[in-house]
Design a protein around this ligand. Structure first.
Ligand code: KG4
Ligand code: ZN
Length: 361
């Protein structure tokens, strides 16, 4: 029987300062606390995450967020068995803030320290929420990531494909910016799209008919910009309905590309496969989620979408990945380096895309 493990997880690789306590025994794991302090307001004026501002905010806030996570969980550091920390990929200043704090706490309390790959945290989340066995297919789709991963084990990932340029969340954010909608762009574009006509503007679906499951989203934003500018030239501006139709057309293009490529990825993954799981903020989009679910059902696979707070960046997934690593006897060591780039599958060719967190996987 697995012994009970209680881990403190720390995450600071982008613009969320997060800490969580997760406890697991032989049964279902329990999230005792999961605190996330976002930084949207700090970066708003700059139209993207500013690495220096993010790093400073993490350094200033991490102590408090960790204290809060322990207090909400009702445990002290003496009741923690190990500390798991995101050691990359991400913005290096932020990653370092988390790693330094984790190192200090682990040394002070004589606790094992488990370095966790942020992407592995996302990829292992369906096991935290639903306990699904390996192997499963994961579509990680957020503002910083977009890739298909065949998850074969705690430390065995095969990247089947991904975006070669922007991540879809980034495209949603840029679309919102071009149309004067509030950030983050995903929810505001979705809201407008619900009132629009998706058939009015035909936006490109790059790489749609190409084999494999690589994707491209940067052309979409250029097409949207052109369509908007054409309306401005024609009528001197865009109406509320124009904006809704542009959002609907854009969302339909993203959804179609993701759905078709997911279908390719399922074929590439082969069998056995226990489920199709999604993670990342874009997985919150109702239209996209519904299309992915249809693809999954058609392929005879259960569709798993963890609750949004566990789909987006959080530290519970880091604590959980730490528990998985400890249970499988994977090394825990204080001797590791923080890494801005850290592909889960180092045999796959490097992704060209950068995402809002900078070049990474
Ligand atoms: O996973 P996440 O919180 O952070 C990372 O990027 O890692 O994802 C945030 C992204 C943002 O780009 C946001 O616009 C997008 O997810 N997003 C959505 C929706 N909600 C959030 N995109 C489309 N539709 C949504 N409802
Ligand atoms: Zn993430």
């Amino acid at each position: 029987m697995d012994r009970t493990l209680t881990l403190l997880g720390i995450e600071s690789s982008c613009d969320d300062t997060a800490a969580a306590v997760v406890r697991a025994d032989a049964g279902r794991p329990e999230i005792l606390s999961s605190q996330v302090l976002g930084q949207t307001a700090l970066h708003e004026a700059f139209g993207g995450v500013v690495p220096e501002i993010a790093a400073r905010a993490h350094a200033e806030r991490l102590d408090g967020v960790v204290e809060e996570a322990l207090a909400v969980a009702g445990v002290s550091l003496d009741q923690i068995d190990a500390i798991a920390v995101t050691a990359g990929p991400g913005l290096i200043g932020g990653v370092l803030s988390g790693v330094m704090l984790a190192r200090g706490l682990a040394a002070a309390k004589g606790l094992p320290l488990v370095p966790v790959n942020h992407l592995a945290g996302h990829a292992l989340t369906p096991r935290l929420t639903d306990g699904i066995p390996f192997p499963y297919l994961m579509l990680l789709v957020s503002g910083g990531h977009c890739q298909f991963l065949l998850v074969q084990g705690v430390d065995r990932f095969v990247r089947l494909g991904g975006t070669i340029d922007d991540a879809p969340g980034e495209a949603f954010d840029k679309t919102a910016k071009l149309l004067g909608l509030p950030q983050p762009g995903g929810p505001s574009v979705e809201e407008e799209a619900a009132l629009g006509d998706a058939g009015r503007f035909q936006f490109p679906r790059p790489l749609l008919d190409r084999e494999g499951c690589d994707m491209s989203f940067s052309g979409l934003k250029t097409a949207l910009l052109r369509a908007r500018d054409a309306l401005v030239v024609e009528k001197g501006g865009i109406t509320v309905q124009d904006r809704r139709d542009l959002c609907a057309g854009f969302q339909a293009a993203v959804a179609e590309v993701l759905a078709k490529k997911t279908s390719h990825a399922i074929d590439l993954a082969g069998r056995p496969l226990t489920a199709l799981a999604v993670a990342g903020g874009v997985a919150a989009n109702t239209t996209i989620r519904a299309m992915l679910e249809t693809v999954s059902t058609r392929a005879g696979l259960p569709f798993l979408a963890p609750p949004l707070r566990l789909c987006t960046d959080n530290a519970a997934m880091i604590a959980w990945a730490g528990i998985e690593r400890l249970r499988t006897g994977l090394s825990h060591t204080s001797d590791f380096v923080a890494r801005p780039r850290w592909p889960l599958d180092d045999r796959a060719p490097a992704l060209l895309g950068s995402g809002k967190k900078g070049a990474k996987a």
